[in-house]
Design a protein around this ligand. Sequence first.
Ligand SMILES: Nc1ncnc2c1ncn2[C@@H]1O[C@H](COP(=O)(O)OP(=O)(O)O)[C@@H](O)[C@H]1O
Ligand SMILES: [Mg+2]
Length: 227
Amino acid sequence: MSTEILKMNQIKKAYYMGEEKQIVLNHINLTVNKGDFVAVLGPSGSGKTTLMNIIGCLDTPSSGEYILSNQKVDELDEQKLAVIRNKEIGFVFQQFQLLPRLNALQNVELPLVYAGVGEKDRRIRAKEMLVRVGLEDKLHNRPNQLSGGQQQRVAIARAMVTEPTILLADEPTGALDQKTGQQIMDLFHEINEEGKTIIMITHDKEIAKNARRIVHILDGQLREESA
Ligand SMILES: Nc1ncnc2c1ncn2[C@@H]1O[C@H](COP(=O)(O)OP(=O)(O)O)[C@@H](O)[C@H]1O
Ligand SMILES: [Mg+2]
């Protein structure tokens, strides 16, 4: 039995530039089950970031229904969005977005600081997660003392340390060379094998092939690639 953790019904997102209305997401339907590894593949300007922002509870749709872990997200205000976002979503970005003055351990601890986890506990959990991504000998290195691939591993550890329902990655290999990017995909495979649900946004067909499911986005509409 598959468990549904995300469902979008007829999601629409429009932007207004003065009088002009641009429909960026046009009646999107998407269901993601627990344990899925989904790639959303589309060219620049196709609406990927807009979709990611809605999936990640950073933005709300113009209309339609969005259900995440049995909660209706589409009508929440900023404050409630922040709560559900912190609990359900672990973000991984193209540019890593680590804090330069903090070492790897401190970067990974940060979401636990915000979650109110005590110092000793969060040190243990952050360390465990960094060991998990293969950085046990880099705990005290700052981002500029790490390679791009290592920085992305820290970012993945930071995204995972709160045990979110979904790991949501926007072009996670976009700033990496091909070999390093594939190593990050290998880590995603392992994380997914352990049961984590992953949604990955990419414009790169080869990177998308690492996922179990590929959903194409074009002109604001989704099309599932048959397996
Ligand atoms: N905040 C915004 N205001 C107005 N238009 C936007 C905004 N964000 C995105 N768009 C427009 O929506 C379309 C899709 O953008 P985006 O979701 O960033 O695509 P992608 O990530 O696939 O490149 C683009 O035409 C872009 O100009
Ligand atoms: Mg984008």
